[in-house]
Design a protein around this ligand. Sequence first.
Ligand code: DX5
Ligand code: ZN
Length: 221
Amino acid sequence: MSTYRIAPSILSADFARLGEEVRNVVAAGADIIHFDVMDNHYVPNLTIGPLICEAIRPHVQVPIDVHLMVKPVDRIIPDFAKAGANIISFHPEASEHIDRTLQLIRDHGCKAGLVFNPATPLHHLEHVMDKLDLILIMSVNPGFGGQSFIPEALQKIAAVRKLIDASGRDIMLEVDGGIKPDNIAAAAKAGADTFVAGSAIFGKPDYKAVIDAMRVQLSQA
Ligand code: DX5
Ligand code: ZN
């Protein structure tokens, strides 16, 4: 069984108590903090930036996984690296030069990831597998938490799992959007190893109960 990682998305957290929220969700068993950045240009919503990343950095030791839903993307990468990001992922539609953007992320000491919307084809992967530490498959259209899981994402996850295994490279396969205890096993069976969950965790009375339920499902996947 591969090492599964649970990455709560703080988009659904209580922003009036964000430091406490990230401490609590890590204490409840979270492996990664998923940090959704939206610019109201690439996606129709506006969220958080490097200042908030810097603010939560001292509260957690786990990796901060910055998901950039912004366009253009290059200018903001050094700011997130400086603010304490460990992983930075972006959408191929948001960069004129995907290879250069991936290199820019790594040059600033972060792991580099590429994010695929439901309708984005996987051919962008063809010439950059050697520059990738993470591939993120969206199982919702980006911009909001609390949406329903798009089951067609499972075939895409399986296709990416084949590509990663064929490459022999240590690349995380992350799924993001509508992940709950009742569908996380299907995503794991398809080949995902890292699971973003926002509204399934934040807003619930007991973070550990939800994360434990997800781990039970994963152990049976
Ligand atoms: C959506 C974000 C997701 C979202 C997940 O654009 O990239 O990370 O916050 O939230 P849930 O798990 O509620 O779908
Ligand atoms: Zn995300």
